[in-house]
Write a protein that binds this ligand. Structure first.
Ligand SMILES: [Zn+2]
Length: 366
């Protein structure tokens, strides 16, 4: 088996980075088809138009209908075909970007990704989540290539509600521990190979940046300030978390997330918030030492990620069992952990993680 690492071709990040979109896409083609949402268009249109001022580049904007579904992807593909645009650009949150990625893939066009929130690590990946028109999860669509360009405008992302920024840290929190678990069990990464040293180094750096800068970054973002700590955290949330997860592998934390999405009471929680909780459960499952678990809980509490079952609206053991069963399903990435994992193991680990977290919170509040 060979080792593989795959990444976006170009990653651009900084204050007002979107003003440079022309410079970073000029080699791809001279007409753009921008798929976006109303809110995302509002925060980005001025910069995009300024960048292409007097350039002669033809730009078409298309507002997507809110769902990354087959029907919506096909609808936009037809418009792209008749427009003869050369480059697809996705500007917005996860579903906009997933739709844009799918359109670009099926129409064989280059893809430029411009996230407007920092809530997950999806922008740098080669995967779309496809839903039905009514928003029910359908499948993951995996592409043979990564985005040609990802542009992260720190000003736009830090103007979004801070909860997105914190949830992004929750998603990023899992990257190192899931990668380490895959390395231990020799599980393959998401791009279908063994883990490269550089792939794992990305995952390690992701965790290091969160610990060093995450808390101070959150405080700065709350005040509307963009500091080097904020830039480092954005890089962890978006680049290191996405590229790290794909190339170092995914394991227990994301299966625990999948498990809790089956519990109705957890619906209001964002992906990264539940992944952060799942990270602590994975550490308990792996029999990690207390100092490591405490470090992760301490970080989560400091930035305001939920750490206890009650904080994610789980109030009884039936809900825990439901989540454990779903997390343990065949094909779930939790089976990338070393050794066999049973429903009972997961159930016990969730309860034990909760007990540790309650204990930690009580100490904090003393
Ligand atoms: Zn994730």
């Amino acid at each position: 088996m060979v080792k593989i690492i795959r990444t976006p071709s170009r990653y651009v990040q900084g204050k007002d980075a979107l003003l440079e979109i022309k410079e970073h896409t000029s080699n791809l083609g001279d007409s753009l088809f921008i798929i976006t949402s109303k809110t995302a268009l509002e925060v980005s249109i001025e910069k995009i138009e300024k960048s292409y001022e007097n350039s002669g580049v033809k730009i078409i904007f298309e507002i997507f209908n809110g769902q990354s579904s087959d029907q919506e992807i096909n609808r936009i593909r037809e418009i792209v075909k008749s427009s003869q645009s050369k480059v697809i650009v996705g500007v917005g949150g996860g579903k906009v970007l997933d739709t844009a990625r799918a359109v670009a893939h099926f129409e064989k066009k280059p893809i430029v990704i411009v996230p407007t929130i920092a809530a997950t690590d999806a922008p740098c990946t080669a995967i779309s989540v496809i839903y039905s028109d009514s928003g029910v999860f359908d499948r993951f669509q995996v592409y043979p290539s990564h985005p040609d360009v990802v542009i992260v405008d720190s000003k736009i992302l830090t103007n979004a509600p801070v909860r997105f920024f914190v949830a992004g840290m929750g998603d990023a929190l899992a990257t190192y521990f899931e990668g380490r678990a895959c390395l231990r069990s020799k599980a393959l990464n998401i791009v279908g190979g063994e883990i490269t040293n550089v792939g794992f180094a990305i995952a390690e750096t992701c965790y290091k940046l969160l610990l060093e800068y995450g808390y101070q970054a959150k405080l700065a973002v709350e005040k509307g300030a963009i500091t080097e700590a904020v830039e480092n955290t954005l890089e962890a949330n978006i680049y290191l978390s996405g590229v790290g997860a794909e190339n170092a592998g995914v394991a227990g934390a994301h299966s625990i997330y999948n498990g809790f999405t089956k519990v109705e009471e957890c619906e209001e929680f964002m992906h990264g918030e539940l992944v952060a909780f799942g990270t602590i459960v994975q550490l308990v499952l792996e029999n990690s030492p207390l100092y490591e678990i405490e470090e992760v809980i301490g970080f989560s509490v400091s930035v305001g990620l939920p750490v206890t079952l009650s904080q994610i609206n789980v109030s009884n053991n039936e809900q825990v069992l439901e989540a454990a069963k779903a997390a343990c399903k065949e094909g779930e990435l939790i089976h990338n952990l070393l050794g066999d994992v049973t429903v009972e193991d997961i159930y016990d680990a969730i309860l034990a993680a909760d007990a540790l977290e309650e204990h930690y919170l009580a100490l904090e509040n003393k």
